[in-house]
Design a protein around this ligand. Structure first.
Ligand code: HEM
Length: 166
């Protein structure tokens, strides 16, 4: 099994996903800044749609990778005769992955709802209107959800591959 390009025992596709998770947060801050401070709503819309595309691609790549490799535990312990993570350390990674999945599964649904409603209810080009109140609430919840998806995903990668690197 090929190693990741970041220099750890992960897979190349997992490393692509990690890079996407790191990239998403500054892009998100920039895009919300465009709406909140600069009032450049069309740019905000484009930014959010690009982010959603990156997010979706990362999720699909991650899923394909996990299925191809036979699950994350097979990646973490690629040599069953000499496992890198066992006992409490493996349990900790498992717990972190469960927390991560709560955010990672809800994020696409929340993002989908926020985007579909915004595209339907804001005019083109987008300007504040009757949908603003709900969009701001949904928007901030989506932002928090994505930041948590990214933070917990990176924590999983750290616990599973970085902390234990030889
Ligand atoms: C999941 C995707 C999106 C997220 C997370 C998001 C997030 C946000 C947030 C947090 C704000 C509030 C900024 C503030 O507190 O003032 C905002 C404002 C705004 N967004 Fe989005 N947005 C998304 C998609 C879109 C799309 C697709 C459009 C256009 C079709 C759009 C149009 C706007 C507009 C017009 C405002 C200003 C509303 C107002 O202040 O009255 N957003 N967005």
């Amino acid at each position: 099994m090929e190693r990741g390009f970041l220099g750890y025992d992960a897979s190349p596709m997992l490393d692509v996903v990690v890079c996407a998770l790191v990239l998403l947060v500054p892009l998100l801050v920039w895009s919300v800044f465009q709406a909140k401070v600069r009032k450049r709503f069309a740019l905000h819309r484009t930014g959010q749609l690009v982010l959603a595309a990156i997010l979706l691609t990362a999720v699909i790549l991650f899923e394909i990778d996990m299925r191809l490799q036979g699950g994350w535990e097979r990646i973490v312990n690629r040599d069953p005769a000499n496992p890198r993570l066992t006992g409490a350390a493996l349990d900790q990674v498992r717990t972190m992955l469960s927390v991560h999945l709560c955010f990672a599964i809800s994020t696409p649904f929340l993002w989908g709802t926020t985007i579909i409603l915004a595209l339907k209810r804001f005019p083109n080009p987008p300007v504040p209107g009757h949908h603003s109140g709900l969009h701001q609430k949904l928007g901030w919840i989506s932002v928090i959800d994505l930041v948590m998806t990214s933070a917990t995903g990176l924590a999983f990668y750290y616990l599973a591959f970085v902390r234990t690197a030889a």
